[in-house]
Design a protein around this ligand. Structure first.
Ligand SMILES: Nc1nc2c([nH]c(=O)n2[C@@H]2O[C@H](COP(=O)(O)OP(=O)(O)OP(=O)(O)O)[C@@H](O)[C@H]2O)c(=O)[nH]1
Length: 136
């Protein structure tokens, strides 16, 4: 089974938002880009706007869709993590599900313990960091 999950790489003032999964979620304590499972009949973009509003109470603009990262945390169940580059648009950030958040600069990207599926995406972000900061 492949489970499509969207996630947002949210940029603001030269930093990127990372959120920590709470005890009530899968993979508790690990860090991720916020987002969630795509519901049937929903586009990845609509899913991400919905999840970000639900989880963080903010609005974002989506810029670019990156290649997905696939990871199996358990046999027969693969997460297909679809990242979108995004920027913060409006609203006060209030966590409804996560335990914590951090705005990370380039040198801090690997300070948090990322979920496995996110690692290739964080590596790509690190490689593209300078050009992304120029363009967004
Ligand atoms: N949102 C999100 N989920 C991720 C990331 N990386 C990663 O491995 N996952 C995994 O993808 C799955 C997404 O589930 P979720 O719990 O965030 O999504 P959801 O709110 O729609 O699920 P639910 O309604 O079943 O609780 C989880 O198994 C989570 O551990 C990530 O960067 N963002």
């Amino acid at each position: 089974m492949i489970i499509p999950v969207t996630c947002a790489i949210i940029l603001f003032e030269g930093k990127v938002l990372a959120t920590q999964r709470s005890e009530s979620m899968n993979l508790p304590g690990l860090w991720e880009f916020p987002g969630g499972k795509v519901e049937s009949g929903e586009s990845p973009e609509d899913c991400l706007h919905r999840e970000i509003k639900e989880e963080l109470n903010i609005k974002i603009d989506l810029w670019d869709r990156w290649d997905f990262s696939e990871h199996s945390y358990q046999p027969g169940k693969t997460i297909q993590l679809i990242p979108f580059l995004a920027s913060y648009k409006a609203g006060e950030l209030i966590l409804s599900e996560h335990a914590a958040f951090r705005w990370l600069g380039l040198s801090e990207l690997f300070e948090v313990n990322w979920a496995q599926a996110d690692i290739p995406i964080v590596q790509e972000l690190s490689r593209k960091w300078e050009s992304i900061q120029k363009n967004y």
